[in-house]
Design a protein around this ligand. Structure first.
Ligand code: GLN
Length: 476
């Protein structure tokens, strides 16, 4: 028999139902796998063998192991955002998604590594050190949900949760060859997600296939009175969208996403994928999203501005670290923050504070918000003529560890194709669509209208079921 750890949640559910598989066997198998490979991959920062030992047998995810990104609060369990400043912080409450997982019977196996406070595209800014890409341990897994994506790819967990502010679910999913979905802004409660940029952040699934993503989204989605930005509309049964059929589906391909500088193998793989969907009956047409070129600039104003404000609460008073023997209150703030935050967090705080200061607010922040509106309007008009939009997820496959650490600008550009969906609030998925000559995964991004995750699932499922990329596993 295959190892249990290498299976999907839906396959394990079948085994439990039909063959009476004991759910505790699954966790045991997964913990064994973690012990065997995590010393090399370093995807997990804390393993938890005790949480949720009494799993409900009737839940939708009963007995299924899940790994949680370390910026999502789990009651009484250390939650650090991979930052020294939150060392020892144990939240007094569960995030809403964690509560929902618990109600569904999922087994919370631990916390995943990430870029500090989710600032990054490579998982290198973590205070625990970098996570490695399971396909090539000398390369980055992507970020900021790099631990979640690497763990799913390495079969160290069955499911994982990530968060996505500018691409942090989709980009690592693409680089690790797994499925990652950023839901529509407002689809999933952010209560208990330690905020990076509140108008952009969404929690979403990272899984081995599209069916698992649909299953997991169905569990975590829905209105929550603790998060006023979560929208009160019914949650569909997403598994009903798993239909292998795209006949007549109108697919838009934005010309601005096939730019100079995009890696040749990525370009080819994505074009081949679009060709396949066409041969399956999709109606493919070129479209234009004219303000795409301003997305990264606008994001690096709005994101840091909100982050600088959200991070102001970490000052040594209520959470985590407090500097020793400060002279007075201000000295405590300065010493705690200087010691607790890493370089990238400091860079974001400086950028954000600058953009929001008197005299610069209109020139930067307000302008960025105007661009954001334009980007949203680009999508609105595009979706009048198409049901979904297809693009590469990233401009290149995984880069080498250390390759971009001294060049923040080139690091920021790795999210050039994922950021627009966050600015517009629309849902987007990344699914595997090929491999480079060096054996590195390549991701395909599918975007749809707000709250139309169903179209995304249908297109993604059809592509996945017509290809074999999702079945390939890294050798570890
Ligand atoms: N890589 C982007 C950034 O550094 C996006 C991060 C994210 O989505 N959390 O901000």
């Amino acid at each position: 028999m295959e190892n249990l750890y290498s299976l999907t949640a839906h396959a394990l559910k079948e085994l439990m139902k039909k063959d009476g598989l004991n759910p505790s066997k699954i966790s045991e198998d997964v913990f064994g796998r973690i012990e065997a490979v995590d010393g090399r991959v370093k995807a997990i920062v804390r393993v938890n063998k005790s949480k949720f030992s009494n799993t409900k047998s009737s839940g939708k995810l009963s007995g299924i192991p899940i790994l949680i990104k370390d910026n999502i609060c789990v009651k009484d369990e250390e939650t650090t955002c991979a930052s020294k400043i939150l060392e020892g912080f144990r939240p007094p409450y569960d995030a809403t998604v964690v509560k929902k997982l618990e109600e569904a019977g999922a087994v919370l196996i631990g916390k995943a590594n990430m870029d500090e406070f989710a600032f990054g595209s490579s998982c290198e800014t973590s205070c625990y050190g970098p996570t490695k890409n399971p396909w090539d341990l000398g390369r980055i897994p992507g970020g900021s949900s790099g631990g979640s994506a690497a763990a799913v790819a390495a079969d160290e967990t069955i499911l994982a949760l990530g968060s996505d502010t500018g691409g942090s679910i989709r980009q690592p999913a693409a680089l690790c060859g797994v499925v990652g979905l950023k839901p529509t802004y407002g689809r999933v409660s952010r209560y208990g997600l330690i905020a990076f940029a509140s108008s952009l952040d969404q929690i979403g699934p990272i899984t081995k296939d599209v069916e698992d993503a649909a299953l997991l989204l169905g569990v975590i989605a829905g209105h929550d009175e603790m998060d006023s930005t979560s929208v009160d509309i019914p949650v569909p049964d997403y598994t009903k969208s798993l239909v292998k059929d795209v006949k007549g589906m109108r697919v838009g391909v934005p010309k601005e996403y096939f730019i100079k500088g995009i890696d040749k193998e990525v370009d080819e793989a994505v074009k081949k994928a679009i060709g396949l969907l066409k041969s399956l009956g999709a109606k493919v047409a070129e479209i234009s999203l004219p303000h795409t070129e301003y997305a990264v600039s606008a994001y690096y104003i709005v994101g840091p501005a909100e982050a600088s404000s959200n991070l102001a609460r970490f000052d040594g008073v209520q959470y985590g670290l407090r500097a020793d023997r400060p002279e007075d209150m201000i000295d405590m703030y300065v010493k705690t923050r200087s010691k607790g935050f890493g370089d990238e967090a400091k860079r974001r705080i400086l950028l954000g504070t600058y953009c929001l200061s008197t005299g610069y607010y209109d020139a930067y922040y307000l302008k960025a918000q105007k661009i954001r509106t334009r980007i949203k309007e680009d999508f609105e008009s595009a979706f009048k003529a198409c049901d979904c939009i297809i693009t590469p997820t990233t401009p290149s496959p995984a880069f080498k560890i250390g390759e971009k650490t001294n060049d923040p600008l080139s690091m920021y550009l790795s999210d050039i194709f994922t950021i627009p969906a966050n600015l517009a609030g629309i849902p987007a998925i990344s699914i595997p669509c090929g491999f480079s000559k060096d054996g590195l995964p390549i991701g395909l991004q599918i975007l749809a209208k707000p709250f139309d995750e169903e179209t995304i699932f249908r297109a993604a499922y059809t592509f996945e079921q017509s290809t074999e990329y999702h079945k390939r596993k890294p050798e570890l």
